[in-house]
Structures are given as C-alpha cells and as structure tokens.
Design a protein around this ligand. Structure first.
Ligand code: DGY
Length: 322
C-alpha cells in the first residue's frame, strides 16, 4: 500500500502527477485554506503533507496526527512550522531554498522603483480620469540611482537584491545576524554596518530577514525615528518583522516618506489604515510569484516529500535552532 499524503492547497499538475507516482494523494484543488480543525482531521491518517505558509504546524496539531512523518513547505520561509514540535513528534520538515531568490529579488526591485517613483499612485490618478496635462511638479518622487540601499538580512535574497543595485550605481550597506565573508561582500559590492548605521544612512531600507521571535517587530517606532525623513521602507520578507501600526504612524507623520509592502502582520487581513495612505505600494505576498518559480517551488517541495518518505533524507531538511 502506498503512503498517504495530503496536499493542503492547489498545486501545479506536474507536482501532483509526481506525487501520485509514489503516494495515495488527497489533493485540495479547490484551494480553500483549511482551518486548524479541518487540517488535523485531514492529516489524522496521513504519512506526509505538502503544505504552504497558510498552514500552521505546531504541537497541538501534531498531537492529533500520529502517522505523520513529513511536512514539506512550498516556501523558503518556515515560520508557520514549529521545528521543535516536529522534532519532538519525529516529523521531518523541509523548505524550498535555492529556487526563488532571483524572482523575489526582482520583485523587491519592482517595489523599490514603484514606491520611490510613485508608480501605483500615479496610475490610480490617471485611471480615475484626473490627469489634465503635463506639469513640472507632478508626482515628484525620489531618485533610486546613486542612492544608498540598506539591506537588513543578507541571505540569498538580500544578496540577489544587492547584486541588482550595481546597475543603479548605488552604495550598498547591509546588516545581518553575522558578517558575510569578504568574498561574498565583494561579489555583492556591499559593506557591513551596525543596525543603527544602516537605519541612519539608508535612503531605501529593504527587509530580507526571516520572521522568528528574535525578529518580531525588529523595525518599529524607535528604529523609524533613526531613519532619514525622506527614506522609504520595503518589506518582501515576512509580516511581523515590521510593526505595521508603528509604520502607519511613521508614514502619516512624515517620519518616513513611503513604503513598499508585499507582506503584512496577520495577512491576509490588512491594517485598514494602509488603504488610506497614498505613499504606500501594497501587493498580496507575491514576491516569488513568477510562474516558473512557483512551479519550481512546488516541485522541489514534492521532491522533498518523496525523499522524506522513501529514504528519510530529504534534501532540504530543516533543523530546530540550537
Ligand atoms: C517564501 O518562500 O517564504 C515566500 O514567502 C512564499 O511566497
């Protein structure tokens, strides 16, 4: 008998076909997000699951899933998974590094440019029929070229963002939990600075750090006050790293000039005031969403699940923090 697996959200057919060669698959092609209760019920007799960041895997859930051996996230971020609980229950957890960094970095640049040059605000104005003609002072933005880019979190995505900054002839500074090797710094043309120096010097600050208790509200009122008043903030990493309520206050009070956000605390619920602000660009957590990349992510997660349940050695096994 084939092992039983659950695929919690809609995925591409090639991933389902591949999983079907190895497993008895229960798909969710209707794509409705599952409540914790529905997820526990669906996983009660399953050996594995292909999951997404909309499913929370914690001790309470795992206690109800005695046969579960592997959960494979279709995402590089894994803050939806309690790795200690997985270890305690003998459940392998995996993510999808190495396949989405370039697409996410491309999208970060879309947010940087759209925010600095007020692209969505100007388009809304035009679509609303308000454009009566060219004006010298219309939608004045801030320049990206030759500005200072601050990168908070210099993993794969942060580095890919840094490499792209060369075309804009920018000064690139970064802060990270550890300093990178001289070789990597050179390839990114980026200089390591303290968090305070990053905040003080960046014209554009872009966040690429994972979400964890250690990075919860890493950027809030205190940090915004240390930034330049004409600075913009970009977050395509995870909601919760930025204190959304504090950001809204900073944007309203002119402490910051603008923000480009792909992720939010409590998403998909959005702090209502974001929608009232004109100096923000808002997108629905799509930074990695090119078709090719989302296909690669789903396939890599499927490969992890097959390896986990057949060899016990998935290529992207996650370990609890020491
Ligand atoms: C990730 O891979 O963590 C992305 O946020 C998924 O969209």
């Amino acid at each position: 008998m084939k092992p039983k697996i659950l695929v919690t959200r809609e995925v591409f057919s090639e991933a389902l076909d591949f999983l079907g060669q190895h497993f008895d698959v229960t798909p969710n092609q209707g794509d409705a997000p599952m409540s914790p209760e529905a997820l526990a019920k669906a996983l009660a007799d399953k050996n594995g699951a292909l999951i997404t960041l909309t499913e929370k895997i914690d001790a309470a859930l795992l206690a109800q899933c005695p046969k579960l051996k592997a959960v494979c996230n279709i995402a590089v971020g894994f803050n939806n998974i309690d790795l200690n609980a997985c270890q305690a229950h003998g459940v392998m957890a995996t993510n999808t590094p190495g396949v989405l960094e370039d697409s996410t970095a491309d999208f970060t640049w879309a947010l940087i440019l759209a925010t600095a040059r007020r692209v969505t605000e100007a388009e809304q104005y035009l679509r609303a029929g308000k454009w009566s003609g060219w004006k010298l002072k219309q939608f004045l933005g801030v320049d990206v070229h030759h500005a200072t880019l601050g990168i908070l979190g210099m993993g794969r995505v942060g580095q890919a963002v840094a490499r792209r900054a060369r075309g804009f002839e920018m000064t690139v500074l970064y802060h990270n939990s550890h300093r990178l090797s001289a070789e990597v710094e050179k390839s990114c043309h980026a200089a390591y600075v303290s968090l305070d120096e990053l905040l003080a010097r960046a014209d554009i600050l872009t966040v690429h750090t994972p979400y964890s208790p250690a990075t919860h509200h890493l950027l809030g009122t205190t940090q915004f006050a240390k930034m330049k008043p004409n600075a913009i903030l970009i977050n395509a990493a995870r909601g919760g790293v930025v204190d959304d309520a504090a950001l809204i206050t900073a944007l309203k009070q002119g402490v910051l000039a603008g923000a480009g956000l792909d992720v939010f605390e409590n998403e998909p619920a959005l702090h209502a005031d974001f929608l009232k602000l004109t100096n923000v660009v808002l997108t629905p957590h799509i930074a990695s969403s090119s078709e090719a990349t989302r296909r690669r992510m789903a396939m890599l997660a499927a490969e992890n699940l097959v390896a986990a349940l057949t060899t016990g050695k998935p290529p992207n096994l996650l370990h609890p923090p020491a």
